[in-house]
Design a protein around this ligand. Structure first.
Ligand SMILES: Nc1ncnc2c1ncn2[C@@H]1O[C@H](COP(=O)(O)OP(=O)(O)OP(=O)(O)O)[C@@H](O)[C@H]1O
Length: 240
């Protein structure tokens, strides 16, 4: 993908095996969000293909997207609607049965602790609440593959535990999850497969065990992404 003449993602080739929990990690600006946007139909790639369970996403988007649940980095929401209204609106837009939408919305809002904000339009949601309603929209239609861009960012520990449990159950029942995250410990805890993206390319991909080797994922990340930054000089103005 090239933005204004600058190529930021160079032919990323990744395969997410069915039933896996796949972590995408990489330094800031490495191209994770750009790659996930291209993989989920939000950004048209200038070359290459995306297949969701064999369906070409860019040739048959409706069929591919029916299997996909996506939490984009910067989710645009209908700001004046409450969480329940957002879910109802999207569910009906997807062509789902009204009763099914109502039941799932209730269950998701309760699980994610959003019932207390029943009357709050999403414009008044906190960053973590926005993540949670975004996750609910990704789950609502019962996808087979979830692609979540930093789903735990700004989420409190109790909600994070709930989200981990939801995702774990999803994978245990045959679903596949792709998450991008900067939290190496979380990725190590959740994911069985990992790809490290550096400078718009896949620096390493494979099972968690293969990528981290004998050390931690953080060690592998630092090794693949470049030398550890140490602040040796400068910033003298920072100390009083
Ligand atoms: N719409 C855009 N126009 C111009 N440049 C862009 C655009 N979107 C992304 N970029 C650039 O592409 C590169 C990759 O960005 P991207 O958001 O994919 O990185 P990332 O790995 O998700 O980073 P982070 O971990 O900080 O979220 C960055 O250099 C960014 O500035």
């Amino acid at each position: 993908m090239t933005f204004a003449g600058r190529t930021v993602v160079h032919g990323i080739g990744l395969r997410v095996p069915s039933g896996t929990f796949f972590g995408l990690v990489g330094p800031n600006g490495a191209g994770k969000t750009t790659s996930l946007s291209m993989a989920t139909g939000l950004l048209r790639p200038q070359a290459g293909t995306v297949r969701v369970f064999g369906v070409d996403l860019w040739r048959d988007p409706a069929r591919a997207k029916a299997m996909l649940g996506v939490l984009p980095d910067d989710l645009a929401l209908p700001e004046r609607l409450t969480g329940r209204e957002v879910l109802t609106y999207l569910g009906l837009l997807y062509g789902m049965d009204k009763q099914v939408v109502a039941e799932r919305a209730q269950e998701l809002l309760a699980l994610l602790g959003l019932l207390e904000a029943e009357r709050t339009p999403v414009a008044g949601y906190s960053a973590g609440m926005r993540k949670k309603i975004g996750l609910a929209t990704a789950l609502l239609h019962g996808p087979q593959l979830l692609v979540l861009d930093e789903p735990f960012e700004a989420v409190d520990p109790v909600s994070a535990a709930t989200i981990r449990a939801i995702l774990r159950r999803f994978v245990d029942s045959g679903g596949s999850v792709v998450v991008s995250s900067h939290e190496m410990a979380l990725v190590e805890r959740l994911c069985d497969h990992v790809a490290v993206i550096v400078d718009g390319k896949v620096a390493a991909a494979g099972s968690l065990h293969q990528i981290r080797g004998a050390g931690s994922l953080e060690d592998a990340f630092i090794r693949l992404a470049g030398a550890e930054n140490t602040v040796t000089g400068g910033l003298s103005w920072l100390s009083s």
